[in-house]
Design a protein around this ligand. Sequence first.
Ligand SMILES: [Zn+2]
Length: 465
Amino acid sequence: MSKTTSTSFDEILAGQIFTSPELWSNFEILCDDMGCRFAGTPEEKEAARFLEGKLREYGLENVHAEEFEYNGWTRGKARLSVTSPLHRDLDCLSMPMSPPGRVHGQIVDLGAGAPEAFNASNLEGNVALVTNVNPTSEERWIQRTEKYNRAILAGAGAFIFVGNTEGVGPITGTLGFNRWGLIPGIMVSKEIGLFLRRLTRRNEQAEVEIETTDTQARKTSWNIIGDVKGSSDHMVVIGNHYDGHDLAQGAEDPTSGLVAALEIARVLPRLSGRLECTVRFVLFGVEELGLIGAHAYVDSHPRDIANTRIMFNLDSSGRNAPLGLMLYGPDTRAYFRDVCKDLNEDLFVDQETSPLREPEHLSADHYPFMAQGVPSCFLRDPENSLTRTFYHSAHDTVDKVRALDIKEAAFLCARLAWRVANEDRWPVKRPSQDEIAQMQSEYDKGEVVQIEKAVEVLRRKWPQR
Ligand SMILES: [Zn+2]
């Protein structure tokens, strides 16, 4: 790869990205005009059409929408009432994938939801109160779905998920990855959670009634795809989901990364004819209910997956936070450290090499790629999402995001993608199918998968509603 070429590419790219009003215009259209784009809403469909139109307008090739089916969910009204020792109605919302139901029971405060907390003797038929903080006793990240699944297996009748940030209301998130929940799950603000905790501390028999009215149904969504063609069969994928949660506009998550991807798609075709590999844009549907679009893409493109050098995940990358390169799958640290020198970028570069996946990795769109042995690069804050004040809350709105942060994410990812796409020799050894199968079977023996499997066994016995 000639350095002069990449330097002049950077100059054209910077000029395009840092001077154009297009990026912010796309951002406001997606967030203000279309809103949350939650899976199954008319706004989701509108966004899919808008993105497809933009990729065509920008001159990409092979632009199309790929349809897939999934287990969908529509929010209904939720109710939370303290019935003993006092009477009070409290604000709450049901959590995505919660079934409808009505449960009356004692509140059992399980704190941060450490695995051993679910051994509480009084949980059967009662209501688990769990915060979204990670238990300090655990080294690994315990995802909300694991806490919910443990509550189901312990016989709880319902689940209350408590936010951990003052003043932002409940923190949302799905209760199952493409799986409907088995017991009602609701979310409350940190303040309401603390009230319930105090009530429980002073009254052993503090009781609540919970009612959810959500509906579960099979639905259809779309991945939006477009290519900037290179001269070989090899491919670099730039991905980002376009669905948000229905509490807010989803400005940081996912739109700050989505418009960065769109911006790269706008600029790259102006420089085409100079690419060795094809750069493919995949704008995923239904990430928030379980990476469903990303799984659908990987499952239906085995040949492209075999030819994919790397998948860049831009999700939330344009929010106001430092950017690092979080690498997954085959080790690409040495390569990216060299590239960072070439870019004059002092970036934090780290690699998750140990297991095929951990629960945390399940929650972003690069996971299905990495599970097929594709190296993945997640452009994100190395300090991670726990410090994200507005994450999955009603306050994830346009005013939290700065255009300059989105431009930086777009510029950085475009420079990286350009270099990987033009490398004469890509120095990465992909695992064989046997090695992938071996990693998968080791992971399947782990606790998180065993818990999911136990819930599936229970689902088959579960009374039909
Ligand atoms: Zn996201």
